[in-house]
Design a protein around this ligand. Structure first.
Ligand SMILES: O=c1ccn([C@@H]2O[C@H](COP(=O)(O)O)[C@@H](O)[C@H]2O)c(=O)[nH]1
Length: 236
């Protein structure tokens, strides 16, 4: 069961370190965590992670590693040594990759980093899966990958909030379901496909809500964050 009241993870998808730090300075580490993804990490490297940690934020390093077991495991270890709160791999890398990553992370002294795996990207719908050779509903594949991830001993998965209810019946209560594709009523879906509002996502049982553009691209980001916090206030 989740007892963590800090349920929002703000995706700092900015093209410059300066923009990311400017946004972070307006946020409160007591109210949210931050996600550093591929764009910002490729710009700022480990230094941007450390700068955000020095401001008191817990960081989800969302680099979605997907490689041979040895390479993935070493990358996950590097993330653990950076002291990030959470890091992820792609579940489609398979059992040997995920188990190697989990075992390598356990070698980090006093490790507290959580390791999770991406199931099916929230930007994908059934037609996208069909084009890559998976002629099945996203939920079917998400369930398969989530069950595999749990059996590999990881801490949770990334999935759509739409899949949370059906997943909860096949995985344990303390397995984290981290859900991007969160769209408050005031925000555009953009490239996301399997979306849900913040309140509905929490009601469904999402552990953490990953929210980027509805906050960061809003004319008044802090107002947007406040609106989301108000929407979920009774649910956390
Ligand atoms: O399946 C996934 C996995 C990761 N993401 C990441 O989450 C954020 C969502 O940002 P929005 O601006 O709120 O769409 C982004 O950094 C993605 O890389 C995801 O969306 N879906």
């Amino acid at each position: 069961m989740i007892t963590d009241s800090k349920r929002i993870i703000v995706a700092l998808d900015y093209p410059t370190v300066e923009q990311a730090l400017f946004m972070a300075d307006q946020l409160d580490p007591a109210r949210c965590r931050l996600k550093v993804g591929k764009e910002l990490f490729t710009r700022g490297g480990p230094a941007i992670v450390e700068a955000l940690q020095n401001k008191g934020f817990e960081i989800f390093l969302d680099l979605k590693f997907h490689d041979i077991p040895n390479t993935t495991a070493k990358a996950v270890r590097a993330a653990g040594e950076l002291g990030v709160w959470m890091v992820n791999v792609h579940a489609s890398g398979g059992r040997r990759m995920m188990e190697a990553a989990r075992e390598e992370l356990a070698q980090v002294a006093n490790n507290t980093t959580q390791l999770i795996a991406v199931t099916v990207l929230t930007s994908m719908e059934q037609s996208d899966l069909k084009e890559v050779g998976l002629d099945i509903e996203p939920l079917t594949h998400v369930k398969r990958l989530a069950a595999l991830t749990e059996s590999c001993g990881l801490d949770g998965v990334v999935c759509s909030a739409q899949e949370v209810e059906p997943l909860r019946s096949i995985i344990s209560d303390n397995f984290s379901l981290v859900t991007p594709g969160i769209r408050p009523a005031f925000a555009a879906a953009g490239d996301q496909r399997r979306i849900m509002t913040p309140a509905d996502a929490l009601k469904s049982g999402s552990t953490y809500l990953v929210i980027g553009r509805p906050i960061t691209q809003h004319e008044h980001p802090i107002t947007a964050l406040q609106l989301i916090e108000d929407e979920i206030a009774d649910l956390v």
